[in-house]
Design a protein around this ligand. Structure first.
Ligand code: CAA
Length: 258
């Protein structure tokens, strides 16, 4: 596959997608969003890949949707194209874990793409924000919903209504990111985290992701039942026997993803 606006690489069971419009701080134009979606689905279907990392440059993960591309669009146009529906649909379809490795600015749609990933690892220089309100609009790739679920109503309202940025330390305190790492090591560390997940049993990884996502979608009783049934179903895998026997025999498991 060849792309204009992203780079695609594979290392040790991990698919690495690098947003690559450096002159525009990786602003998300239609081409980039289309290519990001294609790359995510291709990696999800690739039997050699167990986890995916999405990253940008050291200065910017992505500075938002491309303001220059969308500034002259009318309501009728953006409604007709259902702008930004497709990339949300893609993230909903990807079964493998997707980690956002964020350095620099993750603003507007950039913050939203990071939040659409399963978790965010941030560099110390990362800055998150939903500044759309300053442009006369609001987030359109899920910011009002995902940020509120991640950091709670008060901080989400503060971010959405003022458009201010949050640094990495505040993002970690607020639960927006799972860890903060030195900027120069962040991507290598995120790749190691992804590689360690790719080494695990793929059925258990997929069900762990599904069960965790259920927590945001359903009642506690339904979520607990879903989790229990998923847990029970993993006893049908060879990997469950291998994982538990390896623990008892004090050795590393050799998972076969079945
Ligand atoms: N869209 C298009 N181009 C952008 C862009 C964006 N979101 N963000 C930055 N760029 C471009 C700039 O226009 C500039 O291009 P030129 O050199 O051709 O002028 C280049 O990237 C470098 O940007 P700056 O000169 O502004 O860099 P800086 O270091 O001075 O500032 C910044 C960095 C604070 C991130 C600033 O670029 C900025 O505020 N960007 C816009 C952030 C924003 O408002 N994002 C939300 C977009 S709307 C959205 O995302 C909707 C949604 O929910 C989906």
């Amino acid at each position: 596959m060849t792309f204009e606006t992203i780079l695609l690489d594979k290392q040790e069971g991990v698919g690495l997608i690098t947003l690559n419009r450096p002159d525009a701080l990786n602003a998300l134009n239609s081409k980039l969003l289309q290519e990001l979606g294609e790359a995510l689905l291709a990696l999800d279907a690739d039997a050699e890949i167990g986890a995916i990392v999405v990253t940008g440059s050291e200065k910017a993960f992505a500075a938002g949707a491309d303001i220059k591309e969308m500034s002259s669009r009318s309501f009728a146009e953006v409604l007709k194209m259902d702008m930004f529906a497709e990339i949300n649909n893609v993230f909903a379809r990807v079964r493998k874990p997707v980690i956002a490795a964020v350095s620099g600015y993750a603003l507007g749609g950039g913050c939203e793409i990071a939040m659409a990933c399963d978790f965010i690892i941030a560099a110390e220089n990362a800055k998150f924000g939903q500044p759309e309100i300053k442009l006369g609009v609001i987030p359109g790739i899920g910011g009002s919903q995902r940020l509120t679920r991640l950091v709670g109503k008060s901080k989400a309202m503060d971010m959405m209504l003022t458009g201010r940025m949050m640094d990495a330390s505040e993002a970690e305190r607020s639960g927006l990111v799972s860890r903060v790492l030195p900027t120069e090591d962040m991507l290598d560390s995120a790749m190691e985290v992804a590689s360690s997940i790719a080494d695990l049993s793929a059925p258990s990884v997929a069900l762990a992701k599904e069960a965790t996502n259920r927590a945001l979608e359903t009642t506690l009783a339904e979520g607990l039942l879903f989790e229990r049934r998923a847990f029970h179903s993993l006893f049908a895998t060879e990997d469950q026997k291998e994982g538990m026997n390896a623990f008892i025999e004090k050795r590393q498991p050799q998972f076969k993803n079945c």
